[in-house]
Ligand binder design. Structure first.
Ligand SMILES: [Zn+2]
Length: 319
């Protein structure tokens, strides 16, 4: 009885429901497209059906489930379980998702933003295992994060803690999606790396970056920069070093403020490996204060593609 949990992972393009045991082993999974253009009610109806489907596949009844964890883009309110217009889910405006799920299944449900839920999953099942103070940072289309202390997500006053990408490094720097200038995200996200590479490539057309992008500046992406750096291209190496410098600067600030034992970096940092991580570590060593710096490791996250499922279930699996 009551030995299983359900996880729901809500993305802009895909929905997934999983059923898992209390050790985090995924037993069954159902996946469907979000079809976000059909609006939130369509997606919620799909999700409710997918919960029933995954229960059927596992041969389980509602009474076997102790909790439902939902990982979704924010902003959202974890206390009320209301979702407020995530950028990737148009029309999800003040959607009372927790109430909708609980009134259908009568199972306690926890709604959490995906960066926080992923941080918790890494802390429980991934690179943060065995550490009490974990800082998790994504590095892809944006730079987000989650803080886990003693096995719990640090939410702040109204679920806004962990916005690591919007610390301002260069007040006269490039415009950020949040409206400010020179945020870490405006310097080190995938699109920001691509933009800096496009600007630099215009003056150095012989760079390997441009060759990898079929000779078209507007096709230059962050992955071309990483590949060209691996191939020894001087401009690409300089761009990676500059990116690592900004990332290291931002992480040094967070190391001084939060004093984590481990900083786990995902996506671009995982793809780049030591090419990016070594100069990030160097910058943190140069810029962070000595004692917090000596206590911290900077490592790639470990969970890879399984993070979405584990993020959702980690919300409802006890310590
Ligand atoms: Zn910003």
């Amino acid at each position: 009885m009551n030995s299983y949990v359900i996880g729901i992972d809500i993305g802009g393009t895909k929905l997934a429901t999983v059923v898992a045991d209390k050790d985090g082993n995924i037993l069954q999974k159902v996946r469907k497209p979000t079809e976000s253009e059909k609006g939130p009610n369509h997606a919620v109806q799909l999700l409710l059906g997918m919960v029933n489907e995954v229960l059927d596949l596992g041969g389980l009844r509602r009474e076997d489930i102790s909790g439902i964890g939902v990982s979704c883009g924010g902003p959202l309110d974890t206390k009320t379980g209301i979702i407020y217009s995530p950028p990737n889910l148009p029309g999800w405006d003040a959607l009372p998702l927790k109430e909708m799920i609980e009134s259908e299944f009568h199972i306690p449900t926890i709604i959490e933003n995906d960066a926080n839920a992923s941080a918790l999953a890494e802390a429980r099942f991934g690179g943060g295992r065995g550490y009490d103070y974990v800082l998790y940072m994504t590095m892809s289309t944006g730079i987000g994060g989650g803080i886990v202390a003693n096995g719990e997500i640090y939410h702040g006053a109204n679920d806004c803690a962990g916005e690591v990408g919007h610390q301002i490094l260069l007040p006269d720097g490039p415009l950020c999606g949040c409206g400010q200038h020179g945020c870490l995200e405006a310097l080190c996200s995938g699109p920001s790396i691509a933009r800096r590479a496009q600007e630099a490539t215009a003056n150095q057309p012989e760079t390997r970056i441009l060759a990898l992008a079929d000779g078209q500046i507007d096709r230059v992406r962050s992955e071309h920069v990483l590949q060209a750096a691996r191939d020894g291209d001087a401009l690409a190496i300089a761009l990676v070093e500059k990116t690592a410098y900004y990332m290291g600067w931002g992480i040094a600030n967070l190391v001084n403020i939060l004093n984590p034992q481990i900083v786990l970096l995902v996506t671009i940092a995982v793809a780049a490996g030591d090419l990016l991580l070594d100069p990030i570590r160097r910058t943190v060593t140069e810029m962070a204060m000595q004692r917090p710096r000596e206590a911290v490791k900077i490592m790639p996250a470990e969970l890879g593609d399984s993070i979405g499922d584990l993020a959702a279930i980690s919300l409802v699996i006890g310590n």
